[in-house]
Design a protein around this ligand. Sequence first.
Ligand code: ADP
Length: 403
Amino acid sequence: MSEATRVLVLNSGSSSVKYQLIDMADGARLASGLVERIGESQGRIKHEPGRGPERDRYEPFPDHGAALGAVADQLAADGMGLDSHQLAAIGHRAVHGGTRFTEPTLLTDEVVDGLRELIPLAPLHNPANITGIEVARKLRPDLPQVAVFDTAFHATMPEFAARYAIDKATADAHQVRRYGFHGTSHQYVSRRTAELLGKSPEAVNVIVLHLGNGASASAVAGGRCVDTSMGLTPLEGLVMGTRSGDLDPAILLHLHRVGGMSVDEIDTLLNRRSGLIGLCGDNDMREIGRRMGEGDAEARLAFDIYIHRLRKYVGAYYAVLGRVDAIAFTAGVGENSAAVREAALTGLEALGIELDSVRNAVRGSTPRLISADSSRVAVAVVPTDEELEIAQQTFAVVRRTAG
Ligand code: ADP
């Protein structure tokens, strides 16, 4: 019997499940897909086998159990069902690990109870993660399953970066501190950036700019995160597609006391009606670029606010790190928008940052340098791969516990 080397990665949201089956022997993507509109009258499963045409089916998925059952059926149809002896483990993306889970963690009943205790810290995400985990554990109780936390990579932040300057007893009572998110992406991208430079992660200091619909920056010193822009929740930091990022916290009080807005209304405002969409009505950087090309002043201002915040974080993390070897752009905007990359880093020659405009304009799907040869700081575009990182971390836990 051949050794089990495949890992199924599951990312369970409140109404969707994303999945990928990866062979750790060679990193091959054997299948991937998405179940969406779980709990609605009509759902959809989109399955992409490693080879052959995509399969799209519409049917109701009353709950996560039905959704994962459909994923298992699709994989079985490709001869890679959940009962396959080649399946080594299931890796679950888990959003919030609090201060308790700072490493990828083998799931046991006790760990799942621990995740439940963390629900108040991530009320939108953790319940869905837990449902996915429970269903998968019922489907394959004998199979090692691992939770990989979005917050874990940031657990190395020094206390002075992780704490807010508020009353200590109040902060402690409610676990108010900076946790950071997108951790698997920051970890993967900082390591790949070191590889691109031909160095070990311990030898390089990197500023990672993860710019997707959600966006965050991190300062990574010798492979360890020392600061990141998201905080207690993924709302702090950069301007995002629909989230405000940094604000004067008294704005919330003002909107409540003077504007008469409820807590829920302010929550919706800051998470869904702010950022780029709040500023100009669009959250897709492609559309904003197109509008700027037509001379649209509102789109231009939204872009400039987005860039101004980004530059402030580059400067801040430069000072936090002291020596910067590389700046890496990743995620939808970071990987695709040459205009954002250029605007973020022009005029920083005094900091040793020189972009090469021709390299920056070249599109590609592999990690690449976009700085000039004379640039003291390397600038890179490094496509993120959170699923591969989750699979690798899951597989490492399984190997460690088996050995
Ligand atoms: P998330 O995972 O947070 O949903 P992604 O990393 O997939 O987000 O990024 C999505 C965003 O990437 C889109 O909202 C869009 O703004 C941006 N994007 C995607 N393709 C391009 C492109 N070719 N040029 C500019 N921006 C792009």
